[in-house]
Design a protein. Structure first.
Lengths: 197, 197
């Protein structure tokens, strides 16, 4: 596997932040059917294997799922407060829900579900996100099986094609843009270009 | 002036964060000409007067400016780490550059320029953002006049129409959506709706 230079930089930043939860929060932008940009915070759930793909999770009933079904293009913005680095990652999203047929991805969805904090797992059983607030009793749900993801749960994968790494510690700031090279069946390589901040 | 409920909530969150710089960083999403979503970190520079409009700044040579000229729709995502609150603010952007004719906005642009940290002011004189990295000598620029914004400097205003406030401290989480009511010449009012998180 070819080394992924920007992944190394992200992992270094995560190490500096000692795994503090806010260092795993990033903002994921998509486009709605009416053309409006849409952006919300998501939690980084690790990379898929040794490659460039980032893992998140989502409730299949949330508004972003309809957006992704229609247009899978996304950009994530990951700002690290301690190291003052920003990563912008543009690529296509893929939803891995209960109908997934590919066995490794079915297994990946289950593993990520099992690794979620119990409070996050419970939220997947709450009433429909974005609908008018339901009665409090409807939020009293049982404890979901940690080994059996519910139908509302999806693994969300971001496969970056372009990455922009801005480092505000340097003076003047440093900024490098990475571009994925190679087709679907070729080994992935990354071209890099230093640009002005 | 009618009270703006979500502005009060943002100001309360800022107070809890004691003005720590990262609490003033938010992510601004726009749409590029090719339809890709685009998102980057911007710094909150206060509200415009007593109203709902948020102030940011930008370099007029940056990629987002061409995007905004073509489609001014934007959504900002503001995540507060201490209070675990997320605000999503959707509305139109407006650039206030050197050709602005409206005297109060011309004055506003100058005031924001003067209030910027000196290091930020210097960055507006650096070589063109996003172009291949220029020679280091080209980053050695003089100290810009704190009272005379350069041609590259724009005040960037976001005028929210919809605001989504998610509060993760509550269990179950609370979430309220605000919608602006009234036309351009009417007093602004905000309808609110509690929804499921």
């Amino acid at each position: 596997m070819t080394e992924i230079p920007w992944r190394i930089a992200i992992e270094r930043a995560l190490t500096v932040h000692h795994g503090a939860p806010p260092s795993r929060w990033l903002q994921l932008a998509t486009v709605a059917a009416d053309g409006w940009p849409s952006v919300r915070t998501v939690v980084f759930r690790g990379f898929l294997g040794d490659g460039p793909i980032l893992r998140f999770t989502t409730d299949l009933r949330s508004a972003k799922v309809a957006q992704i079904d229609r247009d899978s293009r996304a950009e994530a913005c990951w700002m690290f407060t301690e190291t003052r680095e920003q990563f912008r990652l543009a690529g296509h999203l893929r939803l891995i829900g209960p109908d997934e047929a590919d066995p490794p991805l079915v297994a990946e969805r289950s593993e990520v579900w099992t690794a979620l904090p119990p409070a996050t797992r419970i939220s997947l059983l709450w009433p429909e996100p974005g609908a008018p607030r339901a009665d409090l009793r409807r939020f009293k749900v049982g404890t979901p099986d940690p080994h059996e993801p519910p139908p509302s749960f999806a693994l969300l994968l971001l496969d970056p094609e372009r990455v922009d790494h801005l480092d505000l510690r340097a003076e003047p700031h440093s900024r490098v843009q990475y571009q994925r090279l190679g087709g679907a069946d070729e080994p992935i390589e990354w071209a890099s270009l230093a640009v002005n901040p």
